[in-house]
Design a protein around this ligand. Structure first.
Ligand SMILES: [Zn+2]
Length: 252
């Protein structure tokens, strides 16, 4: 079911890690951002999108991890955009992303995974502003819809995911803090944050999400164990240990 979180911005959440697919009304039609996750989710999303009426004119992928690289033929053969670095990385990791998708969920059209084009400099049909940064993974972007007070955040500002540093890039603690500063600088225009996973944040919760991610990184920097309710989820202990290790190395 699509939930309209702001004027012309709808969210559908999947059960798998509470992934959020986002549908945005643009000038020429609808933009589908990070559709997921399994085949039944994708076809239900396609039903919901059809009911909205306007055609899908483009897709957008916030970053080249498999759960943000999916598509379904019912959304149409339209350009699927990402940052230039994101599109490049998606083509490099495509086979691995297909294998991870096949191992994690059923009914995903594997042949459509990760076929992305760099978004034009003016964003093309993607409304708002694409905010590219170096946190979490190469080519990650948020989309700011300032006129609607919405930030589509990708895998940041989540209430279920801790900040996940990219083991493939050096200096990730700094990069993550810089990215949070950039998102923080636009947060005054934002009433609604749609994270890639977890609950949509509204009102005061927007700043609380920024504060929670900053507090987690501050603790890593000091070499302390973060006090963070998200860490109650057992499956995050591996990624957390990897973050701790990266922070330790960058502090040496
Ligand atoms: Zn994700």
């Amino acid at each position: 079911m699509l939930d309209e979180v702001a004027d012309g911005v709808w969210v559908r959440q999947s059960e798998w890690v509470r992934s959020n697919a986002v549908v945005v009304r643009g000038d020429g039609g609808l933009i589908v951002v990070d559709p997921g996750i399994d085949g039944s989710d994708l076809s239900e999303l396609a039903d919901d999108v059809e009911r909205l009426g306007p055609p899908v004119v483009a897709g957008f992928s916030t970053h080249p991890h498999w759960d943000h690289l999916l598509w379904h033929s019912r959304f149409g053969d339209v350009p699927r955009y990402a940052t230039a670095a994101g599109a490049q990385s998606a083509s490099e990791v495509r086979e691995r992303a297909q294998a991870m998708a096949a191992g994690s969920a059923t009914g995903i059209p594997l042949e459509l995974i990760g076929i992305l084009t760099p978004a034009p400099a003016d964003g093309g049909p993607i409304p708002g502003e694409i905010i590219e940064h170096q946190a979490h993974c190469t080519g990650h972007a948020a989309v700011l819809l300032a006129d609607r007070g919405v930030l589509i955040a990708g895998d940041m500002l989540s209430d279920v995911l801790i900040p996940l540093l990219d083991p493939r890039q050096p200096g990730q603690v700094d990069a993550y803090e810089e990215a949070l500063d950039r998102l923080g600088a636009v947060a005054e225009h934002v009433n609604v944050v749609v994270p890639g996973h977890g609950a949509v944040a509204q009102g005061a919760e927007v700043m609380a999400r920024l504060d929670a991610d900053r507090a987690y990184l501050d603790a890593l920097r000091r070499g302390e164990e973060p006090v963070d309710a998200r860490l109650d989820q057992d499956w995050l202990s591996g990624p957390h240990q990897s973050n701790v290790e990266m922070a330790r190395q960058s502090g040496e």
